[in-house]
Write a protein that binds this ligand. Structure first.
Ligand code: TRP
Length: 339
């Protein structure tokens, strides 16, 4: 088993990233290490160029994010942890795959359509070719499994399509260049929604900080945010069906279940009939219990910039080694002479 996944260095992590992806990365890192496989996790700093960005901010965000991942439990002794820019093979393979990816495939990417909106002429070419870089990220390492949130499923399917077409067009049937990766979407990575609006995803870009729990929030802030979270006046139902049409209530119960590692029905069996006056403090406590130690580690790690850079540098060196054979095979399959 070879696992690869990436996350954009947007600065600090929030609960949605944690429950949707990072907690699963940590879990998989241990499983994969136990079975003799390998996991690679990276900060997708090259992907950040697809939208307007401030260079100094990108550097700061990259360091902040690696500190957050380490604080959450990613262990450089078990996983290869790096930022994309340390491994030029990602960019090289992207160009090689640009010859295989079809314009129409990229035009149908919902994330591109959402982000470009009506301004297609004004967005960067990188926003359009973003999914090809993502395909390169994964295909470069003969990845078998990609743990991602639900919103990345379409990008993963594209990576498979590109791999399949490249293998068909340029490789021998019995010696494919690329492995077709499978997504792993954790079932309980229930989409974590905004605390202010049960219809919007919890997001770093929401202007209201009250809409999300950041991994950098202290216990008081977390309690405050949960107490102020939008709800409705009815008590909690005693089963899942009773949450229908109650997006905010469903979100809070979903967060509780995900944090406690249990099902929504189990949470409702405990809290059904109770009002939010009782449920919210319980949820706040559960959150602080898990997040406080992460927060403490994060604050400590963030202070040692040289140590963070060393983690990325070492991880980058290891990733370059792992990437080399597949990159060479791709050049060769395409008939490109080197050396
Ligand atoms: N596009 C992903 C996101 O926004 C991040 C990402 C980049 C990624 N490359 C990847 C995820 C490769 C998995 C595999 O979340």
């Amino acid at each position: 088993m070879r696992i690869v996944s990436g996350i954009q260095p947007t600065g600090s992590l929030h609960l949605g990233n944690y429950l949707g992806a990072i907690r699963n990365w940590v879990r998989m890192q241990d499983e994969v290490a136990a079975s003799g496989g390998e996991s690679l996790y990276f900060l997708a700093d090259l992907h950040a160029l697809s939208q307007p960005h401030d260079p100094a901010q990108l550097t700061a965000n990259t360091r902040e994010m690696v500190a957050a991942l380490l604080a959450c439990g990613i262990d450089p002794a078990k996983s290869v942890l790096f930022n994309q820019a340390q491994v030029p093979a990602h960019v090289e393979l992207q160009w090689l795959l640009n010859g295989t990816a079809r314009f129409g495939w990229l035009s149908r990417m919902t994330q591109f359509k959402d982000k470009a909106g009506k301004n297609r002429d004004g967005v960067s070419a990188a926003l359009f070719t973003y999914p090809v870089l993502q395909a390169a990220d994964v295909l470069l390492y003969q990845t078998t499994h990609v743990p991602v949130g639900d919103d990345q499923k379409q990008h993963l399917e594209l990576a498979r399509d590109i791999a399949q077409k490249f293998n068909n067009d340029f490789a021998h049937e019995d010696a494919p260049v690329f492995t077709l990766p499978e997504p792993i979407i954790p079932p309980e990575a229930a989409r974590i929604m905004s605390l202010r609006d049960g219809a919007a995803k919890m997001s770093k870009s929401d202007p209201s900080d009250m809409s999300r729990i950041n991994l950098t929030d202290d216990a008081d802030t977390i309690m405050q945010k949960i107490k102020k979270a939008k709800t409705d006046p009815a008590p909690l139902p005693s089963d899942k069906a009773g949450l229908e049409g109650r997006a905010e209530a469903a979100n809070l119960v979903g967060i509780y279940a995900a944090m406690a590692g249990t099902s929504v029905d189990t949470v409702l069996a405990q809290f059904g009939g109770e009002g939010f006056g009782k449920f919210k403090p319980a949820l706040g406590e559960l959150l602080t219990e898990t997040l406080a130690p992460i927060n403490a580690r994060f604050v400590e790690l963030r202070a040692d910039r040289a140590a963070l850079d060393a983690v990325l540098r070492d991880g980058g060196a290891r990733a370059r080694e792992l990437a080399a054979p597949t990159l060479a095979a791709a050049y060769s399959a395409l008939g490109l002479l080197r050396g």
